[in-house]
Design a protein around this ligand. Structure first.
Ligand code: FES
Ligand code: FES
Length: 200
C-alpha cells in the first residue's frame, strides 16, 4: 500500500500500486456522451444498482452493472474523458481521481460501492483558470502528456491536502501510484513542491 492510501475510505479502495490479483476487467467501450441529469443504461447486462454520486460538485445518478468500474462510468456514461484508461489493473495512475478527497485508481473501484461518494476528476479542478497545482505544473514544465498529467495533478492535490509542506522524499513516495512511461519525474516533483509552497 502506498502513502496516498490510508483514508477512511480504504475499505472501498483497492490500494495503489501493483495488484495484479485485483484486476477488474474494463467493460466494453461505448461511444462517450454527456448528459446533465441522467446517464444512459449500462451496455448489455442487467441494471442492478442506481448509484448516486457527486461528481465535480454535480449530483449524478448512474445505473451500474456489478462489474462497472468508476473509470468506465466517468468516461463512458458521464463523458468525463480527462480520466484516462491506461493499464486497467492499478499500476499506472492514469485513471486517478479523488474519492472524498483521497486519490484512488478509478479502474480498480466498482462504481456500485460508491453510493453517496464525492468524486473529483480533472474536469473539476480549476474553474476556467488553472488552480495552484495546475499553475505549478505549467510553471515547472511538468505538463508532459495528456495521459499521465491529469492523474499526477490529482495525486498532488491529494498529497497537499494531507501534507501541505511535503519534502521531496514525501512527494516521490506519494507519487509512486502514478507512472510516466516516457519522460521523467523531476519536473513533476518540482511542481508538487512549488504548489505546496504557493499555498503556504
Ligand atoms: S488505468 Fe488505473 S492504474 Fe492504470
Ligand atoms: S506518460 Fe505522460 S509524459 Fe510519460
Amino acid at each position: 500500500m502506498l502513502s496516498n492510501a490510508g483514508s477512511a475510505t480504504d475499505e472501498l479502495f483497492l490500494s495503489f500500486g501493483p495488484r495484479p490479483e485485483s484486476r477488474i476487467e474494463e467493460p466494453g467501450r461505448k461511444p462517450s456522451h454527456r448528459q446533465d441529469d441522467h446517464d444512459s443504461e449500462p451496455a448489455g447486462g442487467s441494471t442492478v444498482n442506481r448509484v448516486h454520486l457527486t461528481v465535480n460538485g454535480e449530483r449524478k445518478e448512474v445505473s451500474c452493472a456489478p462489474g462497472d468500474t468508476l473509470l468506465a462510468v466517468l468516461r463512458d456514461r458521464l463523458g468525463l474523458l480527462g480520466t484516462k484508461f491506461g493499464c486497467g489493473i492499478g499500476y499506472c495512475g492514469a485513471c486517478t481521481v479523488l474519492v472524498d478527497g483521497a486519490a484512488a485508481h478509478s479502474c480498480c473501484l466498482l462504481a456500485a460501492t460508491l453510493d453517496e461518494r464525492e468524486i473529483t476528476t480533472i474536469e473539476g479542478v480549476g474553474s476556467g483558470v488553472p488552480d495552484a497545482t495546475q499553475q505549478a505544473f505549467l510553471d515547472e514544465g511538468a505538463v508532459q502528456c495528456g495521459y499521465c498529467t491529469p492523474g499526477f495533478v490529482l495525486s498532488v492535490r491529494a498529497l497537499l491536502a494531507e501534507n501541505p509542506d511535503p519534502t521531496e522524499a514525501e512527494v516521490r513516495a506519494f507519487l509512486t501510484g502514478n507512472i510516466c512511461r516516457c519522460s521523467g519525474f523531476a519536473a513533476i516533483v518540482r511542481a508538487a513542491l512549488a504548489a505546496g509552497r504557493s499555498q503556504q
